[in-house]
Write a protein that binds this ligand. Structure first.
Ligand SMILES: [Zn+2]
Length: 1010
C-alpha cells in the first residue's frame, strides 16, 4: 500500500505547510493548509512480546552460507548452532521459518498448514442499486452473493480444514470431495466459526490423505461494508448530479476473508479464476484481463477473467463500475489502462504516460517482465489508503492518480505514487513476504524505487538528491522516539497488529536501510542481488534471510560482505546509532550509542535489542580531499562495539575539517569534537558550496536534532542555519522546516510570549522562496510533458506558508481575491489551484461575516472538491469560539461525512488557535471519535493526534496527556499516544533550556539586516 511515502518537503519531522500528513495521505484540503508542525509518531503495536522470535540465520563463517537457526533474545548475541532437526512443513511449500514454529503466543490465530489452497474459482455479484435488490439472497442493497470453489492439497492427514471467513453468511451446507480419486462422495460433516480468529473450520467425515487434492464448495453472501475494507461501495456524483456507486475492494491487511472464505495469510498463495456478475449497464475489472462477457438476463451480465498465477489473498481485487478509460500497449505488449469516472477522464493522460514509461523501465530494471496481460490503474473516490498494489489492478484515491485534480502543483507526487505501486508488482506481488513481520520487503523496496521511477521520468527533478529528505531523515526522526519496534518485530495474527505494521519504520526506515545497502555493496552488486532474489523467489514467498543470502552471494567476489551479519543489527533492534567522532592528530575515535530524543528504559525486551550496537558503514570527506570525494568517500566499517578507531589520510592537514556521512546515505547522526564543529562552521561561513547539497541539508537537520536532544549546544544549529540557509532552495527549505519547530514552540498559545520577531524571522526565511515561486508563477497542468515546472514545485506550500506567517504581499493578495469573490459570489475568478490558500486566508484574516459566507458556500456548492475546500477553510479561523462551535458537527453524520470530519479534525488540530479546542473535544468524545476511524482510517486519527499534541510544551499538557491515558486502552493508537508523551517531554525540555536563547538569537537577527 502506498501510505506515508510522500512528503512534499523536509521529512524532518517538521512539516511546513502543505506537507503530507503521516501515515495515510491527507486529504487535499488538509494539504493545502497544513501548518508547520513537528510530527511525531504513528501507530505500531505495543503488544510485542517477551520472546523475540528468531529471524537469525547463523552464518557459517567459512562458507557464508546461511542456515536457518533458532535462538532467543539472549541467544541472538551468541547464536546456537543451526537446528538440524527442523523439517520443512511440506515438500512443496518453503520451510516455515522458526518464527512461525515458535511455541509461543505468536502462533495464535495462524492457520494450520495441513491443507493448502492451490486454486480458487470465484463468482461474486454485488447489489448496488435498489433495482438490484430483488435478486439479493439477503434481500438488501449493499450486499453481495457469491460462491467459491477452492482446490486444496492435503499435506498432513487431518479431518478438519481451517480457513478464514468474516461477516459472511453461508447458504446451505458446504461440500468437500476428493478430486484425486473417482470417489466424489461429499465428506463434509459440519462447520463452526471461531470468532476470535475469524476461522471457519470444516469438520470432515473422514481423514484427508496427504498429497491428495480436494474440492471445497461454499455458497455465501456478504456485506458491502461502510469502512472501505473488503468489498465496499464507493459513491460519486456524475455531471448530471446523479448519485452513482461502484463496488470495489481493499483486501490488505487481512480483509479478503470478508469477501470470500479463504486462506487469508500471505504464504498461502494460489491461482484464481474469477467471474463477476454485474448490472448490464456496468462493467467489471479484476486482477486478470477480462476474457468473456455474457448476458445472463435483462438485468445481469457476467464477466470472466483470465487466471491469475500464484498470489496471496491480500492482492485480490474486484471492481464493478461504470467508468471510462484510456489505454496504451507498452513496448513489452502489456495493455495499460487508466480508469476514472467518465467526467474526469481528461485528467488521466499524465498517469497513462508515466505508468507506461515506468512499467517498461522496471521490466528491464528488475530483469523480469511483468507477467500479466494488462495493468489497470483506477481512481476511486472513497479509498482509505493512498493506493493499493493489487496485481494487475492498482487502486488509487482519485486525487492521487488524476493529475491536476487537486492542488498539489507537483508532478513528482504522481510519478512517485505510480512508481511505488508498480515496484510492488515485483516486491510483494511476484515475491511475497512470508508474514507481516517482513512487510518492509514490500514497502521498503517500494519506497526505495519511488526515486528510481521519478528520476527516470523526470531527471530534471534530481530526485536522488532528495532521498535523504524524503526518506532517511523521516526514519531518523521517528526512530529516535524509542516508541516504534524494530523493522522485523514480531506480528500477531490480529487485524490490529497487522494494520499497525504500516508505519514509517516499515516504509521509510525500510527504504533507508535498502539505500544504505545499495551504497555499501555498490549499485551493480545490489542490482544483481535483487534480480537474483526476484528470480529465486518468483511466485513464492520470502523473508529477509532470502534477501541477505542473495545479496551476500552477489557480493562474494566483490566486497565479500556478510550482509546478514550487518543487516541484522539494523532490522532486529529499534533505533540507530549516534556516531561521535573525536580526532587527535590523524587518529579518530568513533563511538556509537543508541540515539533517542528522550532516554527511555524498558523498551529493550519489547522492541528488540542486540545490545544497541551496529555494523556502521561510516563514510567521510575532508577539507583537502580529492575533487570526487563525495562520490568516492573514505570508508570505515565500524564493528558493533563501543569504540572503533580509524586514521585520516596523510593528505588531511592538521587543521582540516572532516565530515562524516557523505551524501547522507547512512542511517545515523554524527557528532564531532568542538574543534571540528568550529572548522565546519568556518567553512560554512567562507564557502558553504564546498559541501554538497545533501550534506549542507544534513548539517542543518543533524545539528537541529542533536541540539534538540541536548547533545550539542543549540547555538551550533542556529549558526549553521544562518550560514547555510542562503546557499540553495533545499537548504532554505531545511531551515524553514527546522525553524518552523521553533516558531511553533515560541508562538504557542500556551506560552503567550511576544511573537513579533519570530513572525518576522519566519517571513524573512520564506520570502525568497515566495518571491521565486509564489502566486505569480502560473500553474498549467501540462499532462503530456509535465516538465519545465520544477521551479513551481511546492508553490502552494510556499504561498500557504507565506500567508500563514503574515507576509503582507501574500495576505493582501489573498484577502483581496477573497473579498472580490464575496462581493460577487456568482463568478469565481480565483484560479482553481489558488482557492485553498485564498479561502483559508479569507477566513483566517476575516471575521464572522467571512465565516458565514464560507459556511454558506460550503452548504450550497454541488462540486465536492469545492465543498472540501470550504470545509477545510473554515478550520483556518483564529477565533477559538468559532472553532469550538464547528468541531462538534463532525459527529453529526447528517452534516458532515467521514471524510469531511477528518478534514475538520485535522484542520483544527494543526491550527495554533485550534489545537487546544481539538484536544478538549477529542478527550471528551474519544469513544465516538474512535468509532468513526475504523480500520484503514485509524491511521488518519493517529495523524490528527500527532499534529495536535505536537504543540504541547508545558507540564500542564503533559499531565493532561498522562491522565488521558490512565486506564485507557489505545489499541492501534498506543504508539501514537506514547510518542506524543515523548514529544511533549522533548518540547518541555526545549522550552526550559533553549527557548530563551533562541528567542534572543532571533531578535538579534531580526533587528539587523540580513
Ligand atoms: Zn506500498
Amino acid at each position: 500500500m502506498a501510505k506515508d511515502e510522500f512528503s512534499l518537503e523536509g521529512g524532518s519531522g517538521e512539516k511546513p505547510p502543505g506537507r503530507k500528513g503521516n501515515g495515510m495521505y491527507c486529504s487535499p484540503a488538509m494539504l493545502a493548509f497544513t501548518i508547520l508542525t513537528v510530527c511525531v509518531l504513528i501507530a505500531a503495536t505495543a503488544l510485542l512480546v517477551f520472546y523475540i522470535p528468531d529471524r537469525t540465520v547463523v552464518v557459517d563463517a567459512a562458507t557464508k552460507a546461511p542456515q536457518v537457526g533458532k535462538t532467543t533474545v539472549a541467544a541472538v548475541k551468541t547464536p546456537e548452532p543451526a537446528n538440524p532437526t527442523m523439517e520443512p512443513v511440506n515438500p512443496t511449500m518453503e520451510p516455515v521459518r522458526p518464527t512461525t514454529e515458535a511455541p509461543s503466543d505468536l502462533m495464535k490465530g495462524r492457520l494450520p498448514t495441513s491443507v493448502l489452497p492451490r486454486r480458487y474459482e470465484l463468482n461474486l455479484r454485488p447489489f448496488l442499486y435498489d433495482d438490484d435488490v430483488p435478486d439479493s439472497k439477503l434481500g438488501q442493497r449493499f450486499t453481495f452473493d457469491g460462491w467459491v470453489r477452492i482446490k486444496v492439497q492435503c499435506m498432513e492427514a487431518t479431518d478438519e480444514i481451517t480457513l478464514h471467513a468474516k461477516h459472511i453468511t453461508i447458504h446451505g451446507m458446504p461440500t468437500v470431495h476428493s478430486v484425486s480419486t473417482l470417489d466424489k462422495t461429499d465428506i463434509f460433516e459440519s462447520h463452526t466459526m471461531v470468532e476470535e480468529y475469524a476461522f471457519l473450520v470444516l469438520k470432515l467425515k473422514e481423514m484427508l490423505r496427504p498429497h491428495e487434492e480436494y474440492d471445497i464448495y461454499i455458497v455465501y453472501s456478504g456485506i458491502l461494508g461502510d469502512d472501505e475494507a473488503g468489498f465496499y461501495p464507493s459513491m460519486y456524483m456524475d455531471s448530471m448530479n446523479n448519485t452513482r456507486y461502484i463496488a470495489t475492494t481493499q483486501m490488505e491487511g487481512p480483509y479478503a476473508r470478508r469477501v470470500l472464505p479463504c486462506f487469508d495469510e500471505p504464504t498461502f498463495k494460489a491461482s484464481y479464476d474469477v467471474q463477476l456478475e454485474h448490472r448490464t449497464d456496468m462493467s467489471a475489472l479484476s486482477n486478470g484481463i477480462d476474457i468473456r462477457r455474457i448476458q445472463l438476463d435483462s438485468h445481469w451480465s457476467r464477466t470472466y477473467f483470465k487466471r491469475v498465477p500464484s498470489m496471496p489473498t491480500y492482492l485480490l481485487a474486484f471492481i464493478v463500475n461504470d467508468y471510462d478509460h484510456i489505454d496504451v500497449v507498452n513496448p513489452n505488449g502489456c495493455l495499460i489502462r487508466i480508469w476514472t469516472e467518465k467526467d474526469l477522464i481528461g485528467l488521466a493522460p499524465y498517469a497513462l504516460n508515466v505508468s507506461d514509461l515506468v512499467q517498461t523501465y522496471l521490466d528491464e530494471y528488475m530483469d523480469s517482465e511483468f507477467p500479466l496481460d494488462k495493468q489497470d490503474h483506477i481512481a476511486i473516490q472513497d479509498f482509505g489508503a493512498g493506493a493499493m498494489e493489487n496485481w494487475g489492478l492498482i487502486t488509487y484515491q482519485d486525487i492521487y492518480l488524476l493529475y491536476g485534480m487537486e492542488d498539489f502543483g507537483d508532478n513528482t507526487f504522481y510519478s512517485e505514487i505510480i512508481t511505488h505501486e508498480l515496484a510492488h508488482m515485483w516486491f510483494g506481488n511476484l515475491v511475497t513476504m512470508e508474514w507481516w513481520d517482513d512487510l518492509w520487503l514490500n514497502e521498503g523496496f517500494a519506497t526505495y524505487f519511488e526515486h528510481i521511477g521519478v528520476d527516470f521520468v523526470h531527471p530534471e527533478f534530481k530526485k536522488f538528491e532528495r532521498y535523504y529528505i524524503d526518506t532517511v531523515n523521516v526514519a531518523l526522526f521517528y526512530d529516535s522516539l524509542g516508541t516504534y519496534p524494530s523493522i522485523r518485530a514480531p506480528v500477531y495474527a490480529t487485524d490490529e497488529d497487522i494494520g499497525n505494521q504500516f508505519t514509517r519504520i516499515t516504509y521509510q526506515k525500510g527504504g533507508s536501510i535498502i539505500w544504505m545497502m545499495e551504497h555499501f555493496l555498490t549499485l551493480e552488486v545490489f542490482n544483481v542481488g535483487i534480480q537474483n532474489y526476484l528470480k529465486e523467489r518468483a511466485y513464492k514467498n520470502a523473508n529477509a534471510e532470502h534477501l541477505w543470502h542473495e545479496l551476500t552471494y552477489a557480493d562474494k567476489d566483490v566486497g565479500k560482505h556478510d550482509v546478514k551479519k550487518i543487516m541484522d543489527t539494523w532490522t532486529l533492534q529499534l533505533g540507530y546509532p549516534l556516531i561521535t567522532l573525536t580526532r587527535t592528530g590523524q587518529d579518530v575515535v568513533a563511538t556509537q550509542k543508541l540515539f533517542l530524543q528522550v532516554n527511555r528504559t524498558a523498551q529493550d525486551e519489547e522492541f528488540g535489542n542486540l545490545g544497541y550496537r551496529w555494523y556502521v558503514p561510516l563514510t567521510y570527506v575532508y577539507k583537502s580531499g580529492p575533487a570526487d570525494q563525495y562520490e568516492k568517500p573514505e570508508k570505515v566499517w565500524m564493528e558493533p562495539e563501543d569504540y572503533s578507531y580509524f586514521t585520516l589520510p596523510d593528505e588531511a592537514a592538521s587543521d582540516d575539517w572532516y565530515l562524516a556521512n557523505a551524501k547522507m546515505v547512512g542511517l545515523y547522526r554524527v557528532n564531532y569534537e568542538d574543534d571540528n564543529w568550529q572548522r565546519l562552521l568556518d567553512q560554512a561561513a567562507t564557502d558553504p558550496s564546498v559541501f554538497i547539497e545533501e550534506n549542507r541539508v544534513g548539517l542543518i537537520y543533524d545539528t537541529f536534532y542533536l541540539a534538540q536532544a541536548e547533545v550539542i549546544p543549540n547555538s551550533v544549529y542556529l549558526n549553521f542555519s544562518a550560514l547555510l540557509e542562503p546557499s540553495s532552495n533545499s537548504t532554505r527549505r531545511a531551515v524553514v522546516a527546522t525553524s518552523s519547530y521553533i516558531a511553533k514552540m515560541l508562538l504557542s498559545d500556551d506560552i503567550r510570549r511576544s511573537v513579533s520577531s519570530v513572525q518576522t524571522y519566519m517571513q524573512r526565511l520564506v520570502e525568497p522562496l515566495y518571491a521565486e515561486s509564489g502566486w505569480d508563477a502560473t500553474f498549467i497542468p501540462d499532462v503530456q510533458t509535465a516538465s519545465g515546472r520544477q521551479g513551481k514545485k511546492s508553490r502552494i506550500d510556499v504561498t500557504s506558508m507565506a500567508c500563514f506567517y503574515g507576509n503582507s504581499h501574500c495576505v493582501s493578495k489573498a484577502t483581496e481575491m477573497f473579498e472580490d469573490f464575496v462581493n460577487n459570489p456568482t463568478s469565481n475568478l480565483i484560479p482553481l489551484n489558488q482557492r485553498s490558500v485564498v479561502y483559508c486566508s479569507g477566513i483566517r484574516f476575516g471575521g464572522q461575516s467571512e465565516w458565514d459566507f464560507a459556511w454558506n458556500m460550503m452548504q450550497t456548492t454541488n462540486d465536492r472538491r469545492e465543498r472540501s475546500r470550504w470545509v477545510s477553510a473554515l478550520t483556518c479561523s483564529r477565533d477559538a469560539s468559532l472553532l469550538k462551535s464547528y468541531l462538534p458537527l463532525v459527529l453529526d453524520a447528517t452534516v458532515f461525512n467521514r471524510k469531511d470530519a477528518e478534514v475538520i479534525l485535522m484542520g483544527v488540530a494543526e491550527n495554533p488557535a485550534g489545537y487546544g479546542v481539538a484536544w478538549d473535544f477529542i478527550r471528551s468524545e474519544w469513544g465516538a471519535i474512535t468509532a468513526m476511524f475504523k480500520r484503514n482510517r485509524q491511521q488518519n486519527l493517529a495523524d490528527i493526534f500527532e499534529e495536535m499534541t505536537s504543540f504541547f510544551n508545558t507540564p500542564q499538557r503533559l499531565q493532561e496527556l498522562l491522565e488521558f491515558g490512565n486506564d485507557r486502552q489505545f489499541g492501534g493508537m498506543q504508539t501514537v499516544y506514547e510518542s506524543a508523551i515523548t514529544t511533549t517531554e522533548v518540547n518541555i525540555r526545549w522550552m526550559a533550556n533553549s527557548a530563551e536563547q533562541t528567542k534572543q538569537w532571533i531578535d538579534s537577527r531580526v533587528y539587523k539586516q540580513w
